[in-house]
Write a protein that binds this ligand. Sequence first.
Ligand code: PLP
Length: 394
Amino acid sequence: MKQHIFLASPHMSEEGYEKQYIKEAFDTNWIAPLGKNVTEFENEMVRKLGAGRAVALSAGTAAIHMALKAVGVGQGDIVFCQSLTFSASANPIVYERAVPVFIDSETETWNMSPQALELAFDKYAKMGRRPKAVIVVHLYGISAKIAEIKEICGRYQVPLIEDAAESLGTVYQGRYTGTFGDYGIISFNGNKIITSSGGGMLLVNTEDAQEKAQKVLYWATQAREPAPWYQHTEIGYNYRMSNIVAGIGRGQLKVLDRRVEKKRYILEYYRKHLGDLPGISFMPMPQEAYCNCWLSVLQLAENCPVKPKDIMRALAEDDVESRPVWKPMHLQPIFAGCDFVSQVQDLCILEEESGADSSVSGQIFARGICMPSDSKMTDEDLQRICDVVRELWK
Ligand SMILES: *Cc1c(COP(=O)(O)O)cnc(C)c1O
């Protein structure tokens, strides 16, 4: 029987580092709360990435929430957020009763279009409004044009939050993603390039990083005031990472570079073995960036007779997992009332069923497919997948 192939699944270190860190935690009874693994995981991440400060949290989503609070987002504020992303990038905006305004992507990086971002700033300036924050995403590990976006935000004096949940290990112009924005966020969810079994981290890169990180720690641990009794002046959250989880994370961080190499190899493999098929292209690889290639994403030309759903069905019949590209937030029923700013004029619906429209993000959604990108795959697995896909072109 053929083995099931996952889209992306946990891949512990070959050396068993994770177990060593967990064992240490057991041996010293530092099961919870906090403990050495948490502090060391933060320190190791700061050193690895060159970030200001790091706060280990229970999820990447929690990290986005804390970043929004740290920049002071509150009721009625607007936040510019990349539309093509996972809903976790945008949901925390609503937790704080603020209003997301979604920004379209560009074809060169699939991420936030600097042009659309300028249009949005312009549009809202005319109404006498300025967003409280901008959230940019490095989708699938492809770097956004982060320097350009940072420059625009700087010009308008609006803090930048970098959702690097999918791009840990991606380098842009010699620097790791997650360290460009005032705040960067990382996820260690089970399907990400490294996993702690679930968790996240907030990177604080502001000049007052120490102070901001302290504030986040306070909110993330139930907002307890320094008093002899339980005293609260603010609403708190239970968002801190546990010492066991951090032990897994520490072990995984040791093999991050190895995982990046394998993910890049997987994309190269698909390129080599499927690239000749008419109508197939691959996710962009911006020149200034060294991408972690978390997921390998194919794109099918508009006139290609094979559709993403055909590939997904054929793979599923062979017990191989694949996924559609994220459905943009501006097309999600839950965000139907939100504004969307695109550089594309006269938007129209292209696909009734999925709701895909003619925006750049809408087209990436309609024509893209996330291929199996599990770092445990062998060449035989990759060959098996490519054979299934090639069959559709016969
Ligand atoms: C996974 C992910 C998140 C959320 O991270 P969790 O750790 O699952 O909460 C946020 N943004 C993007 C783009 C993601 O892919």
